[in-house]
Write a protein that binds this ligand. Structure first.
Ligand code: EPZ
Length: 426
């Protein structure tokens, strides 16, 4: 497979003030595709993942799989991966530290190879991103960890065995790692307090399509009966609920009228409900989600993030951007990550009235008129929020740091141009 396609990761230029209109097809989910790609390490034979998003985090994960000996080919509307011979000898360090989702290689490689040495996966500006819950759970399944030269070394000399695991908080990544370690472990694994995010559900469905035996899918109590081996499968990656939510809130903020084709509405209730409280009219149709926002943009009062099915933390920055122009004051409470307000500074540059009242709370004075500025993205969802703010602002906004946005959005400029936005990447 060729190297990661190099796009112009320079700047995004936006001339705001246009009501979004039209329709756009929603890409496959980044946070479903990444753990499923890691799971292909467990499958004997080829897996083909339809609608796998063409984003830099996926390219990075594919590069990792290739460095482990996997074979990758893009075919039609997806990517096919086979991992016949796997060796952990020369995993590139930068690929591991470069993104958080490489962490789910931990469970897959321990299950497949019985040992792993890897760099501590990248944290990022939204928080420390500890991995204590991952390590504790895998130790219960028979893994011994130690640190060597700043790297994690794990061995499962007797192989992995099922365990009764109770998670003190429903960590998405820890739930995924336990699943990947448990599907071919000896005996049964029960997870109490598992994450219920749709991306965890998608991983379970892919694994069961490969012959795994997982019960309780979609609930916080998962039971995995270990099997000797699993085979490859063809699986369609579900649409990305955060990308769909991003464009939904862009339509809300620009008073537009759009159709989000194939939006995963069944997993967007909190996001849709919040948009309706802010003035959007949303209708679930066979084609996807139809959004009309012609009336006044009003504050919902409080936006508090929570684990699924609560309002997703990945939508917080985007909702913050829109709330700056809503009438009435909005209180934003971020309850998942401890440092997810970095986008407030560039939004203030654009004229927003945002005060941080404590580490996890913002107060947003509404009805401000955003004006175009040159602003810098420093992480994925904050970058998307700056694009949405640019669509709403008067004048031209230039967003730099677009490599962060490309981690999760296939082509945000193309998607928004299809909805009538005056936006270009240069
Ligand atoms: C996943 O991150 C997503 N990433 C995140 O999306 C998403 O925001 C997050 O889940 C919450 O939904 C991927 O799926 C690749 P967590 P993850 O473990 O697994 C604490 C995006 O923008 N925690 O559920 O890292 C942790 O510090 C990204 O697409 C521990 O304390 O999230 C955080 O406060 C951003 N110890 C909370 O749990 C641990 O061992 C939730 O983290 C693990 C986590």
């Amino acid at each position: 497979m060729s190297a990661i396609p190099q796009k112009a990761t320079g700047e995004i230029h936006i001339r705001g003030g246009v009501r979004l209109q039209g329709k756009v097809k929603i890409q496959g989910s980044k946070n479903a595709a990444l753990p499923i790609l890691a799971a292909t390490i467990l499958a004997e034979g080829e897996s083909c993942l339809k609608d796998c998003p063409k984003i830099s985090d996926v390219y990075r994960m594919l590069r990792l799989l290739q460095s482990l000996g996997g074979h990758v080919r893009w075919e039609g509307e997806g990517v096919c991966v086979s991992t016949g011979s796997i060796t952990t000898q020369d995993m590139p360090a930068d690929a591991i530290t470069g993104m958080r989702s490489s962490l789910c290689l931990l469970g897959a490689l321990l299950a497949r190879c019985g040992s792993i040495v890897m760099e501590y996966p990248g944290g990022c500006v939204i928080g420390k991103r500890p991995i204590d819950l991952h390590l504790q759970a895998l130790e219960q399944m028979g893994v011994c960890f130690h640190e060597e030269g700043g790297r994690i070394c794990g061995q499962a000399p007797k192989g992995l065995c099922g365990a009764e695991i109770s998670l003190p908080l429903p960590s998405v990544g820890a739930t995924e790692n336990i699943l990947l370690a448990a599907v071919t472990a000896r005996g049964c694994t029960r997870i109490e307090g598992a994450a219920r995010e749709p991306e965890v559900e998608a991983l379970c469905r892919y694994l069961n399509a490969c012959g795994a035996r997982i019960d309780g899918i979609g609930t916080s109590r998962l039971e995995i009966q270990g099997v000797r081996r699993i085979h490859g499968a063809t699986y369609r990656i579900p649409a990305d609920r955060i990308v769909a939510g991003t464009y939904l809130y862009a339509a809300l903020g620009t008073r537009g009228c759009i159709l989000l084709e194939q939006a995963p509405c069944q997993h967007m209730h909190a996001v849709i409900h919040m948009a309706e409280r802010m003035g959007a009219i949303c209708q679930v149709t066979r084609e996807g989600l139809y959004v009309q926002s012609l009336g006044e943009l009003v504050s919902p009062g409080l936006i508090r993030t929570g684990v699924y099915p609560g309002f997703p933390t990945d939508m917080q920055s985007i909702a913050l951007a829109v709330s700056t122009m809503a009438s009435g004051e909005t209180r934003i409470e971020e309850r998942i990550f401890e440092d997810r307000f970095r986008v407030a500074d560039p939004l203030r540059q654009m004229g927003a009235d945002i005060r941080q009242t404590d580490p996890c709370c913002l107060r947003v004075g509404g009805s401000c008129r955003l004006h175009g500025e040159r602003v810098r993205a420093c992480e994925l969802r904050g970058g998307a929020a700056l694009v949405v703010a640019g669509l709403m602002a008067e004048g031209e906004t230039i967003v730099t740091g677009c490599e962060y946005i490309e981690r999760g959005y296939e082509n945000i400029c193309k998607d928004l141009r299809e909805l009538g936005a005056r936006i270009n990447s240069v």
